[in-house]
Design a protein around this ligand. Structure first.
Ligand code: ZN
Length: 295
């Protein structure tokens, strides 16, 4: 990490560049599968803001450096930062001064549900460019984008029922997948390979890994060629229709169940996610994948 040795500079977990009217925003923690700590999410928000405010930017690509798009929320890397003060984007309280269930609730209102909703409403077209793992918090980031382009080695997974919670904090699954498949996706929590995700319309393209960037760039160029206000209104209109169909209210309901589950887990097991950290989740996922192949 280029700034890690300079204590006066904040550690950067996201990179930003503009090429040919397209902002390329990169999750840049490849050493831990682009796991999302809270600083990464705030830096991501800064980058989205920069892209929105730059009139020269007409489309946005969100990608991940390295082998994986994102392994999800940070469950325990050395840079996990739940204990650090964070700048809040919405008008929610400081989680560090709250007790009991309120602490996690205000944190996730701002950093997870709040930021994802804010990004979904960005008035410029967005593309998630996904390779390798796209798990739980990774699925949230992909789903807030307008289009998803994935390489043939990508897979999507929301395995968090293993943590005793009913899906991720921003759950668009029932809107982005056919109902029976969304149930399977959440209740079994197995990997959905890119081709299967494409067959169900979760993603827009499956491309060879070597062509992921070039094919995404050509779609972004096409999006960038359209009139910006027309594009913004088209996006608003589609968000509006989804919300009339219940996306926003059903996500609110799910978010509150998610927090009932966190509180229950804390009461019963002493841990918000039943102590299912990165290692335990990975082992459980591997075992489940083996069973699925046999079955
Ligand atoms: Zn949560």
């Amino acid at each position: 990490m280029e700034n890690a040795s300079d204590a006066s500079q904040p550690e950067m977990f996201v990179k930003y560049e503009v090429k040919d009217a397209v902002a390329w925003i990169w999750l840049a923690r490849p050493e831990c599968g682009n796991a999302q700590n809270y600083r990464l999410l705030n830096q991501l928000d800064d980058c989205f803001r920069r892209a929105v405010e730059d009139d020269g930017v007409r489309a946005i690509v969100l990608g991940g450096q390295g082998k994986h798009f994102s392994a999800g929320h940070d469950l325990g890397t050395p840079a996990k930062d739940r204990h650090l003060p964070r700048e809040r984007v919405h008008l929610w309280g400081d989680h560090l001064t709250r007790e009991g269930a309120e602490a996690q609730y205000v944190l996730e209102q701002d950093a997870y549900l709040g930021l994802c909703r804010r990004w979904q409403e960005i008035p410029k077209p967005t593309i998630a460019m996904v390779q390798g793992a796209c798990i739980a918090g990774g699925v949230m980031l992909a789903m807030v984008c307008d289009l998803i382009v994935a390489s043939d080695d990508a897979y999507f997974q929301d395995p968090v029922v293993r943590m005793g919670v009913p899906g991720v904090e921003y759950s668009a699954h029932m809107f982005d997948l056919p109902p029976r498949i969304a149930r399977e996706f959440i209740m079994l929590g197995l990997r959905m390979p890119a081709q299967r995700a494409y067959d169900f319309g979760l993603i827009n393209r499956v491309v060879p890994r070597a062509e992921l960037e070039s094919q995404t760039a050509s779609i972004a160029a096409e999006l960038a060629s359209h009139p910006t206000f027309g594009m913004a209104l088209a996006k608003q209109a589609m968000n509006f229709v989804e919300n009339i169909r219940g996306k926003r209210t059903s996500m609110d309901a799910l978010f509150h169940m998610h927090h009932l589950a966190h509180a229950h887990n804390q009461l019963v097991t002493g841990n918000l996610v039943m102590s299912m950290g990165a290692k335990a989740m990975s082992a459980a996922n591997k075992a489940a994948a083996g069973e699925a192949e046999k079955g």
